[in-house]
Write a protein that binds this ligand. Sequence first.
Ligand SMILES: NC(=O)c1ccc[n+]([C@@H]2O[C@H](COP(=O)([O-])OP(=O)(O)OC[C@H]3O[C@@H](n4cnc5c(N)ncnc54)[C@H](O)[C@@H]3O)[C@@H](O)[C@H]2O)c1
Ligand SMILES: [Zn+2]
Ligand SMILES: [Zn+2]
Length: 384
Amino acid sequence: MRALCWTADGELAVRQVPDPELRNDHDVIVRVRRSATCGADLPLLTGQAPGLAAGDVLGHEFLGDVVEVGAAVRRHRIGDRVVVCASVACGACWYCRQGLPSCCDNGSTDPSTSEAEWGHPVAGCFGQPRAAGGFAGSHAEYVRVPYADVGAFPVPESVGDDRALFASDAAPAGWLGAEAGEVRPGDVVAVWGAGAVGQLAARAAWLLGAERVVVVDRHPARLLMARQHVGAETIDRRNADVTAQLRELSGGRGPDVCVEAVGGPAGEHRSLADRFTGRARVPEAVREAVYACRKGGRVFVLNGGVRHVDAFPAGAVVHKGLAVRGGRQHGQRHIPMLLDRMARDELRTEYLATHHFPLDRAAEGYALFRDRPQECVRAVFTPH
Ligand SMILES: NC(=O)c1ccc[n+]([C@@H]2O[C@H](COP(=O)([O-])OP(=O)(O)OC[C@H]3O[C@@H](n4cnc5c(N)ncnc54)[C@H](O)[C@@H]3O)[C@@H](O)[C@H]2O)c1
Ligand SMILES: [Zn+2]
Ligand SMILES: [Zn+2]
C-alpha cells in the first residue's frame, strides 16, 4: 500500500510499504477515509525526532472503515465506519481501569524509553517514534488498530467524516484541557493557541459552562475562526500585553482557568547552549499562563512537545496557590460523549478541516500546515 513516510533526512515522501496484517486477536484493520496533520507532528519534521527511522509512517488523527477483524474483537464488524483514538491503550491495566487510558502501562511497544525519561511507561500513539508507541501511522491506505474494542468507536450515521475525524485527537485533547482544568460555570477561561486543539478546548470550556472564553494566538485568521466558530473573545499577542488584557477581561483578577495548547517545533524554545545540554526553556505560553492565572486558579498544559525545561516560575505556583497540571487526551473515555455531542450539533468541527489533499500529495499538505498555519488549521489526507 501507499503511505507517507519519514525518510532518513527528515523529509517526507509517499512510499510503497507492506500492507498491515492482524497480529493479535484484539486487532482490526481499518481502511483509512481521512487522516489529519496535528501540531504534535511538527517536531517530527525538524529532523530532531529521536527514534524515528527511515520509512516510519506518520499520522495519528484518523477515521475509516473496518475491513478485517481479529478473533477476539467483540464490538466491531467488517464495514463499520469507526473513529480511532490517536492514543493507544489496553483498557485492562490499573490505569485504564481508573479512567486514565493515556497513562496506560501496556500501550507502547517500547516502554523502556518513556520509563527512563518520565519515570513510568505511558500510552502509545500511532505514527510516532518507537519510544512513543511504535505503531505505524494513519497517513496510509490501511492501519492496524490494536486493542480495537477499547480504542475504535462507531460513528453515528448523521456525523460526517470531516466532523468525526476530530473525535480522534483534537476534540478529546481540547476536552481534557477544559475538564481536567476544572472549568466551572461562570469561569473566565483563557486558551493559548488557536490551532484545532486550542479552539476545541475553548469550545469545551463553553460546553462546561464558562462565562467568558478568551483565545490567544498570533495568527489573525485563526483568531477570526475562534471568534466566528467558537464565539470566543481573542487576543492577538503580536500587539498586546496578554497578561494585562486577560486581567482586564476578568474583573482585575486573571482567568480562573488557563489552558496551554500551543505548538511549535521542538527546537523553538531552546538556546544554543540548551541544545548541547538537551534542555529547553519553558514555552512562553506556559510561563505566561502561570503569571496571568488568578490566585488559586488552574493551569493545564497540553503541549506534548515539552520535555525537560528550565526557568519554570515555580514560586508563582507556591505563592499564588496554583494547580498546574498536564495530560494527554483520554479519548478512550471521552470519544463516545464527543460523538454524541457531534450528532446533536453541539460540537461542529468540520470547519477545522481547511485543506484536503489526496494521500499522494501529503508532503505538500504538511508543508502548508507547517509554513502557513494561519490559513491551514488541518491538512486532511484522503488515501482512497
Ligand atoms: N495532550 C494531548 O493529548 C494533545 C493532543 C493533540 C495535540 N496536543 C498538543 O496540542 C498543541 C496544539 O496542537 P494543534 O494541532 O492545535 O497545533 P497547531 O500547531 O495547529 O496550533 C498551535 C497554535 O499555537 C500558536 N502559538 C504558538 N506559540 C504561542 C504563544 N506563545 N501564545 C499563543 N499561541 C501560540 C500557534 O500560532 C498556532 O496557531 C501541540 O503542542 C500538540 O502537541 C496535545
Ligand atoms: Zn495529535
Ligand atoms: Zn492500559
